[in-house]
Design a protein around this ligand. Structure first.
Ligand code: RET
Length: 299
């Protein structure tokens, strides 16, 4: 018999016992992802795609020897590498949690039945690890874009700092359970940071790209990025963590996974393909980034 301090007679009531037993473990979440077809496929498909694209990009860019060209290629490839980590974190149940939404939220009072026999628990599932890992992947999208546009360090730095800000405050919005309004306050902070990035993308870098002679590819990448990034922002507001109009965690997750296919792998493919065919346009010379007078080996 278990001893329970909270009870006058020292024993647990059935209700108290069920509350203790219903703690969700990491393996419950792992099993849930494994057994929930929509949620699981939205994660596993992306681990596979990220791995395949990484191999493909490595193969395609194998002959790029220009240092600045390589920097752009490595930056684009890093997006896929981070994606493997991101989705593996979700699949293993580390970066997923069950959160009880505050009063006023569409999913307040909801319960979640864990696929894979973990029982039914209070709260809704949150894939907060996505936002965390976006803080490590999206800076490389912006680095590749800034380098293609021939931007200066100040603008690249500014874009990346605010971008990391978007993702971390977006994660705060997702993780807030204290008050409904606080969730949207975090969301508003995140959107404000997003506007800084949008400004750089739409106003600053197109000018730089004109001067650098890369305006055609830059404009394609810019439109793709701005449209999709607004897509993520709107999807959050509609999904299970926002207004709950799309209440299902699996469908919400598939939305992000689908955006990811274009915003990460499609984007990176366009970048790498451009660099391979236009090395002269992105080149900074053999000495680009040198840290001494010695001539670095080109292999
Ligand atoms: C959140 C919610 C809070 C408000 C804003 C958001 C924007 C997210 C964006 C994500 C882009 C992700 C990409 C991932 C690829 O690896 C966090 C959804 C503004 C723009 C491109």
């Amino acid at each position: 018999m278990m001893y329970w301090h909270g009870s006058p007679n020292g024993y647990m009531s059935a209700l108290e016992l069920s509350e203790v037993v219903m703690q969700v473990s990491q393996s419950d979440l792992f099993e849930h992802v494994l057994n929930d077809v929509a949620l699981g496929s939205s994660i596993y498909v992306n681990i596979g795609l990220a791995g395949l694209t990484l191999l493909l990009f490595m193969f395609l860019a194998r002959n790029v020897s220009d240092p600045r060209g390589q920097l752009i290629v490595v930056s684009a490839m890093t997006v896929s590498a981070v994606s493997i980590v991101s989705y593996t974190g979700l699949a293993s149940g580390i970066t997923i949690g069950i959160l009880e939404m505050p009063e006023g939220h569409a999913l307040a009072g909801e319960t979640t039945t864990l696929a894979g026999g973990g029982g039914t628990v209070d709260g809704t599932i949150s894939l907060w690890g996505r936002y965390l890992t976006w803080a490590f992947s999206t800076p490389f999208i912006l680095l590749a874009l800034g380098l293609i546009a021939g931007s200066n360090l100040t603008k690249i730095f500014t874009a990346i700092v605010f971008d990391v800000g978007i993702m971390i405050t977006g994660m705060m919005a997702a993780l807030t359970t204290s008050a409904h309004l606080m969730r949207w306050f975090w969301y508003a902070i995140s959107c404000t940071f997003f506007l800084v990035v949008v400004y750089i993308l739409l106003v600053e870098w197109p000018e730089d790209a004109k001067a650098a002679g890369t305006v055609d590819i830059f404009n394609t990448l810019k439109i793709l990025t701005v449209v999709l990034w607004f897509g993520y922002t709107i999807w959050w507001a509609l999904g299970n963590e926002g207004a709950g109009i799309i209440a299902d965690a699996g469908i919400t997750s598939w939305g992000y996974s689908a955006f990811d296919v274009v915003a990460k792998y499609g984007f990176s493919f366009l970048v790498i393909n451009y660099v391979i065919n236009n090395v002269d346009r992105v080149s900074g010379g053999d000495q680009y980034g040198a840290t001494s007078d010695a001539i670095p080996a080109d292999d």
